[in-house]
Design a protein around this ligand. Structure first.
Ligand code: ASP
Length: 442
């Protein structure tokens, strides 16, 4: 029988009530044999995630402070779940071990990983499943990438199709060090763990259960009750995630994309909602759908523009401009150019404390007629695979912006032609997103 990997995020595991929903979801489909868990998240907006508590605990311990109160809060959270579910909990001894390690000076990755570790212990006990500790099988490279041996290691551990497995998300071991210490992915990394498990087990599908009914067409903080995207491709979702749409960790696409396994984002609190299907290749139906998949965006960009007459005749201008940034360790987002000018867009954060020096370097290597640095820019990405073959999409975008009085500062279309990047002043950002959303959904 084919198997499905189900990954549950922190809000889906926040308390015993959520654990019960998880069990019901698993029991509703026999194919859901591999369960990947995050650490318990917030139960209400003012609550604290277990992972955040663990990081705080570690910080305090590293500073020689008394972390016992924080550890007691963590103990209490797990104890409440275990008591409510009438489980003999294996968590207390895991937390005793953590206390010993914190006192002995363990690193932050080990401390943070215990949220997922304890949650997996508890979930495995609740489901009567086998617990998988990724600290023994998921090899993470020094740069945070998944090392290839992971799939073989984990494939063997997940081999029995009759069994249900519960694997802790978020961490593995540092495959670049011989002692193999615990190493975590970046925050939200349990999504990556789920994708790794799906690939290692040759799963038919990777279901990612969260607290929204899929990926939304636009940011719900800007648009009231935006529509859910029914189907989206891997390429589109990476653009959306990179440009600020949350829900799914952008690096989590890679393991499943390579294996051609589709992902479905679903809502633990509304298990009958269809969610969003992320597929290697859009179906004909999806391609024929709407004109765009979604709109994403980020604030906090700056643009450095240099002008010089006959600039386009000089070889190596972009090379020198980007080289100047490299000299200061700055990466760039976009680099639009015109006949006598070239601009580079960077995150404002990266310029902090370096702006003067960067400008000086650029003046030295390009000797421009003028150089202007502008801050407070926002970038929007209108994403959609059908875009390049459908006439009139960009017309619709820019008409909507014009009608709503949004001054477009930057336009950039990547070679993949699955997005149009638009730069606007930060104060026009919300208006721009709303105008585009209305143009395509209204
Ligand atoms: N618990 C970790 C975090 O809060 C990882 C995850 O939830 O995916 O970032």
């Amino acid at each position: 029988m084919e198997r499905i990997v189900v990954k549950f995020g922190g809000s889906s595991l926040a308390d015993a009530g959520q654990f019960r929903k998880v069990k019901a979801i698993i029991e509703a489909d026999q194919r859901r044999k591999i369960v990947v868990v995050s650490a318990p998240g917030k139960r209400h907006p003012d609550d604290e995630k277990i992972t955040d508590l663990l990081y705080r605990c570690h910080k305090l311990a590293a500073a020689g402070g008394d972390f016992s109160k924080l550890l007691a809060i963590i103990r209490q959270r797990f104890a409440e779940i275990a008591t409510d579910l009438a489980l003999a909990s294996p968590v207390p001894s895991a937390l005793d071990e953590l206390r010993t390690q914190l006192t002995a000076g363990c690193d932050a990755d080990f401390a943070a990983s215990r949220g997922e570790y304890c949650c997996a212990l508890l979930m495995a006990a609740y489901l009567g499943a086998e617990m998988i500790d990724p600290g023994l099988s998921v090899a993470i490279g020094g740069d945070g990438s998944v090392r290839p041996e992971t799939y073989e290691n984990l494939g063997k551990l997940l081999a029995d199709h009759a069994k249900t497995y519960v694997m802790a998300g978020f961490y593995g071991y540092d495959g670049s060090k011989s002692q193999r210490p615990v190493k975590t992915f970046s925050r939200g990394g349990s999504d990556i763990s789920g994708a790794i498990a799906a690939r290692a087990a040759h799963a038919a599908l990777y279901e990612n259960w969260t607290d929204t009914s899929g990926i939304l067409i636009a940011d719900p903080r800007l648009i009231y009750d935006p529509k859910v995207i029914g189907e989206i491709s891997f390429a589109e979702v990476r653009e959306m995630a990179y440009m600020g749409a949350s829900v799914f960790h952008d690096e989590a696409i890679l393991p499943v994309r390579e294996a051609g396994i589709a992902i479905r984002i679903r809502n633990t609190n509304r298990p009958n909602d269809p969610g969003t299907l992320i597929t290697p290749k859009l179906s004909a139906h999806a391609l024929a759908r709407t004109e765009i998949a979604g709109i994403a965006g980020k604030q906090g960009f700056s643009m450095i523009s240099v002008a010089k007459t006959m600039l386009h005749h000089q070889a190596g201008i972009a090379y020198r401009l980007l080289g100047a940034l490299l000299e200061h360790g700055i990466s760039f987002e976009h680099c639009p150019s015109s006949i006598d000018s070239i601009s580079v867009i960077v995150e404002t954060e990266q310029l902090a404390g370096k702006e003067e020096a960067v400008v000086k370097t650029i003046r030295r290597v390009i000797e421009p007629d003028s150089l202007v640095v502008e801050h407070n820019l926002a970038l929007l990405a209108v994403v959609g695979e059908g875009m390049s073959s459908t006439a009139g999409i960009s017309g619709k975008v820019f008409t909507a912006l014009g009608k709503n009085g949004v001054n477009v500062r930057i336009i950039n279309q990547g070679a993949s032609e699955i997005n149009i990047i638009i730069g606007v002043a930060a104060e026009d950002y919300e208006k721009a997103v709303l105008a585009i959303y209305m143009a395509f959904t209204g």
